[in-house]
Design a protein around this ligand. Structure first.
Ligand SMILES: [Zn+2]
Ligand SMILES: [Zn+2]
Length: 310
């Protein structure tokens, strides 16, 4: 039985801190989060979702001894892949010098996110092919697992428990996000203990039929992009929209942890909702006004922190 924790390496927006201004704003890194599974105190599984910088340095400084087994990319925007090449190279060197067997980093994303001829991951990071195993997701809304035999993607329905490389299934659902071909959210379903974890990725909007997808209901944990508190038309979600989504997705029947990330707020200032870019206490105050469903915690995620999933 695995104990699962979510690590949020970076919780900031696309731009980070402003170059040329005094360093008086809380530093928030580019977006990157891990699910790490522990058994008997040992790290047995490491799934990384997005690879914003400086996730590699933050992982090393946090004492993470298991390199990512699989990298999931929600969409190919720069703030989600700014540490991509460093991750692939540093991981290879770490495996080599710790005497472990090298296995390429499995990269899971929608087929369009990998193969788009302009902005696809393989178009941009093809020079790292020798360190990577590209695993395009054939279909949305289908559960997949990795095969123990060859690491390929298999529909979970077609594999037995012992034929899975890891005790987890995952599916992608499409979201709309500007200039991000193949943008998706991910749902992870762990076998034992039975746990469901959702990563929304960035989204301008989500189709009603996707919002209604049963598998989004009552996650044990969700990492939800919350670019602004009130500002609209930012090509991202905001806290007003997210409150409605939380109310629709979380019934309160089971314990649920909602982690908010991708925190910008600069558009709240630009659009006149605040006379300054919202500070950490502005964020905490606004989010603290919300009464979440029963058994639900809504937490502003922090860079380099971890959150056990009960
Ligand atoms: Zn982003
Ligand atoms: Zn984006």
């Amino acid at each position: 039985m695995m104990n699962l924790s979510i690590y949020t390496w970076g919780t900031g927006c696309a731009f980070g801190r402003e170059l040329g201004l005094p360093p008086n704003r809380t530093r928030r890194h580019h977006v990157s989060s891990s699910i790490i599974g522990f058994e008997n105190g040992e790290m047995r599984l490491h799934l990384l979702v997005d690879a914003g910088a400086p996730c590699v340095e933050t992982m090393i400084d946090s004492g993470i001894t298991r390199v990512p087994d699989v990298l999931f990319i929600t969409h190919p925007h720069a703030d989600h892949v700014s540490d991509f090449d460093k991750l692939a190279i540093s991981r290879m060197r770490g495996l080599k010098f710790s005497g472990q067997v090298f296995a390429p980093l499995a990269v899971v994303a929608s087929a369009e996110c990998i193969a788009n001829p302009t902005s696809g991951l393989r178009t941009r990071f093809g020079y790292l092919d020798f360190l990577l195993k590209w695993l395009p997701i054939p279909d949305y809304d289908v559960w997949y697992s990795l095969s123990a035999a060859d690491g390929e993607l298999l529909p979970t329905d077609s594999v037995s428990a012992q034929d899975k490389q890891f005790p987890v299934s995952f599916k992608a659902l499409p979201v709309y996000h500007i200039q991000a071909p193949g943008a998706c959210l991910f749902i992870f379903r762990f076998d034992e203990p039975r746990r469901k974890i959702v990563f929304s990725g960035d989204f301008d909007s989500i189709e009603e039929s996707v919002i209604e997808n049963h598998d989004l209901r009552d996650p044990d944990a969700m990492v939800l992009e919350t670019n602004t508190l009130k500002a609209v038309r930012t090509n991202h979600s905001n806290w007003e929209v997210n409150k409605e989504l939380i109310a629709r997705w979380v019934t309160g029947k089971t314990k649920s942890l909602i982690l908010l990330n991708h925190l910008s707020g600069s558009e709240d200032y630009e659009q006149g909702y605040y006379d300054h870019i919202p500070t950490d206490s502005d964020w905490a105050e606004e989010i603290g006004r919300f009464t979440p469903p029963a058994n639900t915690d809504v937490v502003i995620a922090e860079d380099g922190k971890w959150y056990p999933i009960g």
